[in-house]
Design a protein around this ligand. Structure first.
Ligand code: LAN
Length: 729
């Protein structure tokens, strides 16, 4: 059966079907842009066979051969590479799922619904499958991320999402979810972003949404709170959010949203006092309570500014300027947008401003596909439009660290990775970069692809480092010119914070930490400005130490100065117990690996440095009887080491890599750890997925599935280079 929809797309499957045909899904890698295609005809299927990577992602049998059991670390690395190299795409990159956060898909589906964008049936089916697969069995709810306890945010948004995708409210799983939502108080106890989305959908009233005043964009640049000073992710979400809120735009009531008005609240919809519930928030959701300052500002906007002072001229000026900035964001990202939150919001803004048939709306609709991923559990929304550049750089480095960059089996893998990174280096700064407050980016790499176009400090560093390492191998051509490598070094030199000497993520810090007092999101910490990160700082240091060995005469003094100050900051960032807190991986093992590498770059080892000894002692104190490490995501939330119930391969490798950089004098604990890692390797060379690996904003976890290949390869390879390829098992 096939039905023509609004945009002329054929939908051959019934959206109420249980499952799509997994042999029809293909990942299309188009110059670093990844989208999943569902092949509708047998002809297409015959022409375009599923790759091993497709099958792996979909949970189908990849046909990977069994490999002889490894006794030595390099044998284990070879086994791992025989599996992992099959996952490399034709374009040279590694892709993977980048899920974890449970608040992304609902934003997209609400946007689709209110912009009347047809949802392909195979999308609806597999999205429902994913959300049900990730529903907590005990209470039927969802949390902020896949491993988090149920919250109002997770449950109200995913329940709504399922309903928009066609789930039946009487389905026992929906009944259970609704029961839990009501027990938690109902949707009015959700955080700011839930209130925003549900008001857009028309199942809440705008009076319940704390102010998101676009007027802030009219402030001159010099004020300490001007939005250009905020962390890029906050200001790029705030931007379309303020545009939409200013218009109080809501989708007209439909039978479905009318039903949701009954389902999302334990009390009758008509009885809810919206304005007095602006600050209602469940304890289960409230990671970062709003400050007295924010509460005061909100009160002023609600009670004084909006009713009395907000004249039309100012309102219009604010909306016009935010609209202009939204267009800059679209232009400078080729409509791919910074991330999965502002992407749908920008789509909605364009729809409101320019209407359904506008070119901008069409392009946005196309790029929503870039965020979607299909796996054995169904379809989910990734945290970015992919992990292409980041994972590819790491994978290449791991092979070279293992001393296998010249091995005829693996050199082609490195060469393909290099060819990919060549295409992904950003070659031009953003258009009107000052006007839209963009950081320089010419010569940089981003996390995902060039199209998205956001330079990141550590992504540029890892990109540069892997290119230099690869191009130094005999047999590998120089694909990226010396001049272009200098441009990457130039970018790295822009990333040092003047006050501390450390590095942040996308920009240098532009505002004071006190701006965190205006953090309105309730569910995240450290979102308002850039912070100093040991991970990013180390990456920049290592990127530049690698560069200066290759090109000792270029900007020598500046590079020297950056490195010295940055490593000095790493020392001051060490906590009294010897650890470093990680912001992008879980948690102390991740940051410890980076910090110890930075210190090693200055020649500081266990023998020569007190800081290194304390760092190692911290890690050694956490090694378990089985030789491994295991750290819970609670470490990130609470900022204290918290054991995971199981030992984790990835964290074990992080710890061991750190110890090896530190030249830890005793190799016995390192060997014990690697034995544990080797024992967990499967017969086909792979490792299985364990607990979630990454984090952002302290409270939200995110998956890095390729890490279970990359870091064992690096750790085992480093061991063999250092101690020889001796049998460990
Ligand atoms: C990422 C992904 C990559 C990550 C590293 C490169 C690993 C890190 O070292 C620097 C920061 C960076 C670039 C990063 C920042 C925050 C992101 C973009 C994410 C964790 C992926 C998703 C997250 C984004 C903020 C999710 C949307 C949520 C909001 C609160 C807007």
């Amino acid at each position: 059966e096939s039905e023509k929809t609004g945009n002329g797309r054929a939908i051959p499957t019934d959206p109420q079907a249980d499952k799509t045909d997994y042999s029809r899904w293909r990942m299309l890698d188009d110059g670093g842009r990844q989208t999943w295609q569902y092949l509708r005809t047998d002809e297409e299927v015959a022409k375009w066979p599923q790759t091993a990577a497709d099958k792996y992602f979909l949970g189908l049998d990849t046909g990977a051969p069994e490999v002889p059991p490894a006794k030595t670390p390099i044998a284990s690395v070879n086994n791992a590479l025989s599996f992992f190299s099959r996952l490399q795409s034709a374009g040279g990159s590694w892709a993977c799922e980048y899920g974890g956060p449970m608040f992304l898909l609902p934003g997209l589906v609400i946007t689709w619904y209110v912009t009347e964008t047809p949802i392909p049936a195979e999308h609806a089916i597999e999205m429902k499958n994913y959300l049900f697969a990730r529903q907590h069995k005990v209470d039927g709810g969802w949390g902020l991320h896949i491993e988090g306890d149920s919250s109002v945010f997770g449950t109200s948004m995913n329940y709504t999402c399922l309903r928009l995708l066609g789930a039946d409210p009487e389905d026992p799983r929906m009944v259970k979810a609704r029961g839990t939502l009501h027990k938690m108080g109902g949707a009015i106890y959700g955080p700011h972003w839930a209130k925003f989305w549900l008001s857009v959908l028309g199942v809440m009233q705008w009076d319940i949404v704390n102010p998101v005043p676009p007027e802030l964009w009219l402030l001159p640049d010099w004020t300490p709170i001007s939005p250009w000073r905020w962390w890029i992710h906050m200001r790029m979400v705030f931007l379309p959010m303020s545009f939409v809120s200013s218009k109080k735009w809501s989708y007209p009531l439909t039978p479905l949203t009318e039903a949701l008005r009954k389902e999302l609240f334990p009390q009758p919809y008509e009885s809810i006092k919206w304005s007095s519930n602006r600050n209602s928030i469940s304890k289960l959701d409230e990671y970062y309570p709003k400050s007295w300052l924010l509460n005061t500002v909100n009160t002023v906007f609600v009670n004084i500014w909006n009713p009395f002072l907000r004249i039309n001229r100012i309102k219009k000026a604010a909306e016009d300027w935010t609209w202009k900035l939204i267009q800059y964001e679209d232009l400078n990202t080729g409509f791919a947008n910074l991330g999965p939150v502002n992407g749908p919001m920008n789509l909605l803004s364009c729809y409101i401003q320019e209407g359904s048939d506008a070119e901008s709306v069409k392009l946005h609709r196309e790029h929503m596909e870039d965020f979607l991923w299909v796996k054995d559990e169904g379809m989910l929304m990734n945290g970015t439009n992919g992990v292409q550049s980041w994972d590819t750089a790491f994978a290449m480095q791991a092979i070279v660290y293992a001393g296998l960059g010249e091995d005829p089996r693996w050199q082609p893998v490195v060469r393909k990775g290099l060819a990919f990174l060549e295409t992904q280096q950003i070659r031009e700064d953003a258009v009107d970069m000052e006007k839209c407050y963009r950081h320089p980016r010419k010569g940089a790499w981003g996390f995902s692809n060039k199209l998205q176009g956001y330079a990141v400090s550590d992504c540029t560093a890892e990109g540069l480092k892997s290119v230099i390492m690869a191009q130094a191998l005999p047999g590998i051509p120089e694909l990226i010119s010396h001049d272009r490598l200098r441009q990457a070094a130039d970018i790295l030199l822009t990333y040092q914070n003047a006050d501390t000497g450390a590095c942040s993520s996308y920009e240098t810090r532009r505002g004071g930490h006190w701006l965190e007092l205006l953090n309105a999101a309730e569910v995240f910490g450290n979102i308002m400005v850039e912070y100093d990160y040991p991970e990013c700082t180390t990456a920049v240091v290592i990127g530049l130490t690698t560069f200066r060995k290759f090109d000792p005469d270029y900007r020598t003094a500046e590079i020297e100065k950056l490195i010295t100050r940055a490593v000095a900051w790493i020392r001051t960032n060490q906590r009294p117990d010897g650890s470093w807190y990680g912001s992008w991986g879980i948690c102390f093992t991740y940051a410890g690996m980076f910090a110890l590498e930075a210190l090693a770059a200055m020649g500081e080892t266990h023998e020569s440095s007190e800081a290194v000894r304390r760092g190692c002692a911290f890690l050694m104190g956490k090694q378990r009887a089985d030789g491994g490490w295991g750290e819970s995501y609670k470490s990130c939330e609470d900022q204290v080491w918290t054991e995971h119930e199981n030992t984790q391969v990835v964290q074990t490798c992080w710890a061991v890599i750190g110890l090896m950089y530190a030249e830890y004098p005793d190799k016995e604990p390192i060997e014990r750890a690697l034995r544990m890692v080797m024992r967990r390797q499967q017969k086909n060379g792979e490792w299985l997925q364990e607990a979630i690996e990454g984090v952002f904003n302290k409270s939200c976890m995110i998956s890095y599935p390729n890490y279970k290949f990359i870091f064992p390869i690096k750790a085992l390879g480093m061991y063999a280079e250092k101690y020889g390829d001796v049998p460990l098992l």
